[in-house]
Design a binder for this molecule. Sequence first.
Ligand SMILES: Nc1ncnc2c1ncn2[C@@H]1O[C@H](COP(=O)(O)O)[C@@H](OP(=O)(O)O)[C@H]1O
Ligand SMILES: [Mg+2]
Ligand SMILES: [Mg+2]
Ligand SMILES: [Mg+2]
Length: 353
Amino acid sequence: MTAQILYEQIGRLAARHQSTLKILVLVTKQSSFQAHRFCGIRYYSKMSVGESTNAPLLLRLVSEACTTANTAGSIVRKVLLSGELGVVDKGVNDLQTKADRCAQYYIVQRLKRCFPKATIIGEEGDDVSENLEGLLSPATTPPEPLFPEILNKSVPEKLLSISEENVVIWVDPLDGTQEFTKGLVGHVTTLIGIAVDARPVGGVIHQPFYEADGVKGRTMYGIPEVGHGGFTVTPPPEGKRIITTTRSHSNQRVEATLAALQPDEILRVGGAGHKAVLLIEGRAHAYVFASPGCKKWDTCAPEAVLVSIGGILTDMDGIPYRYSKDVEHVNQGGLLATAPGVDHSWYLKSIPK
Ligand SMILES: Nc1ncnc2c1ncn2[C@@H]1O[C@H](COP(=O)(O)O)[C@@H](OP(=O)(O)O)[C@H]1O
Ligand SMILES: [Mg+2]
Ligand SMILES: [Mg+2]
Ligand SMILES: [Mg+2]
């Protein structure tokens, strides 16, 4: 019996008898096949894109990150529906919920299995371990890649020689936690940023609560010098200056900087990922946060997506952040990001020292 037939039979059996799933998982584990121990029945029957194609590593990473973020988003929705958020404060005004923990556990385990030599750094640390029972189903873990076209893109020579050992994946399982706990779910994103040689080479921003044509969740990706997808780039309105900034982590310096830039409008929203989406969709010209607070997992994916469409993300002095595995997590120099076509240097000049 081939692996494929065995898997398919297991899938059919398990679909009929949910209760036998645990026994079936043991069977697959003892065999020479790899099986994802969290995912639903159908997932056992196929390898994921991390393992199954000959496409360049960069493309397999982004493709897998898209599918993974999409499933993580369904976990976030299910935790919210359960009504048990399990909120804890990790510090001061630094919340974590069961959705952050479950989504991180799922993302990290899945990416580790697909890319065992890569370094994966998640916001919620290395000790997160959650029971995902009831949060995953065959419908939420489709084996097909979310964006099949990614694997066929052409990649510049210098990005073809990436080795898995040099990859650092920055995971923010739930960005905008503060807003999530207040029911402002439109501010929430799941972020997976991929860095090589300390710079972002790919990023995924997933919005679990975005809904269009009855489909829940939207996944966006960007690969600098290669392409982007899942969204339409819209330029921000000309002759206006719209700035987006934090909704829940402001301070005097943040406010003084905003005042100095004399914006026509300030959009105070949660999440670094959500603010990046406002730039991508032309709803704001710049994201300005003149304070430490954001971390590398907040900015790696947004920077990759922004750069892939001609935007820029730096600290408040115009210095790009580095994303190597041993880097300090906090973005001490604040955050200045601008939409494509917006003059980043004007903001740098106009920010008071
Ligand atoms: N003063 C602060 N303390 C802790 N986290 C902060 C912070 N300022 C910003 N952040 C983090 O940066 C991200 C964007 O913040 P904001 O929504 O205020 O713009 C959030 O990520 P998480 O929600 O993933 O923790 C938030 O926690
Ligand atoms: Mg957090
Ligand atoms: Mg975050
Ligand atoms: Mg987070």
